[in-house]
Design a protein around this ligand. Structure first.
Ligand code: PGA
Length: 251
């Protein structure tokens, strides 16, 4: 994943990257920081938009997604602070902030590559079950399951904010390239539902089936329950459409 992002930044220095928080992309950001330090990977013209932010947690708080991104990526590379965007979860007028965020993405020319994780309940960003598959950036109430998933960062699920601003499923689907990363056996069941199950708003990640250019990057544990796993493996190894990515993905 880090190689794919690095290749994108090298070929298009003004690339607009959509970024995600959570445990899954942490290693990706660590490798990107190393690539900047060791190989001089240049982020000076890169623009970023994160998927979501908690409501009521100030940017200076390390538990905010702004704080998380500063710590895991931004301060380790030469990205311009003004080029990094997250929704403002402290905005007085949250609906206006959501509209402003959509406008900023559009003004930047749209997102070239959107990095995504998948929640244990199948959410994309904070698009919790039953989110409209055409939704735009807006506020959402978090499910108890999601708050439990993030409890360790807040010392208990009851301390996790109950609301967030999130890009909508429709916003995400407008990205030119969606890449979803899933690792570990806890994701195996929901990954199968998202990839091979029906498209349905109860599992918002299943909306990626409607995207024309979506790549799902998995480890063997997360892939364990995919019914057509051997076919995907065969395609990756044999089909010419994968040729541009194969040297990057198989490193
Ligand atoms: P995780 O979260 O990377 O911490 O598993 C992913 C998500 O909830 O979208």
């Amino acid at each position: 994943m880090a190689e794919l992002i690095a290749a994108t930044v090298r070929s298009k220095p003004r690339a607009v990257l959509g970024l995600a928080t959570g445990r899954t992309p942490e290693t990706v950001y660590k490798i990107l920081g190393e690539k900047h330090r060791i190989e001089g990977l240049d982020f000076s013209r890169t623009v970023t938009f994160n998927l979501d932010e908690y409501i009521g947690i100030p940017a200076e708080d390390p538990r905010s997604y702004r704080g998380t991104m500063e710590e895991s990526l931004f301060r380790h590379v030469n990205i311009k602070p003004g080029n990094t965007h997250l929704p403002d979860g402290m905005a007085v007028d949250l609906d206006a902030e959501c509209r402003r965020y959509e406008e900023k993405i559009a003004a930047a020319g749209g997102i070239d590559l959107q990095l995504l994780g998948i929640g244990l309940n199948g959410h994309l960003a904070f698009n919790e079950p039953l989110s409209s598959l055409t939704s735009r950036t807006r506020t959402k109430s978090l499910t108890p399951e999601t708050r439990a998933q993030n409890a360790t960062f807040f010392g208990g699920a009851e301390n996790v904010p109950s609301r967030a601003i999130t890009m909508g499923v429709g916003t995400i689907l407008e990205s030119r390239w969606c890449i979803m990363l899933a690792t570990g056996e806890s994701k195996a069941g929901i990954l199968r539902e998202a990839i091979e199950g029906p498209v349905r708003s109860v599992v918002t990640a299943s909306a990626l089936q409607m995207h024309q250019r979506c790549t799902v990057v998995v480890d063997e544990l997360a892939a364990a329950r995919l019914e057509h796993k051997e076919y995907y493996r065969w395609v990756f190894q044999n089909e010419p459409e994968w040729l541009p990515f194969r040297p990057i993905l198989s490193r």
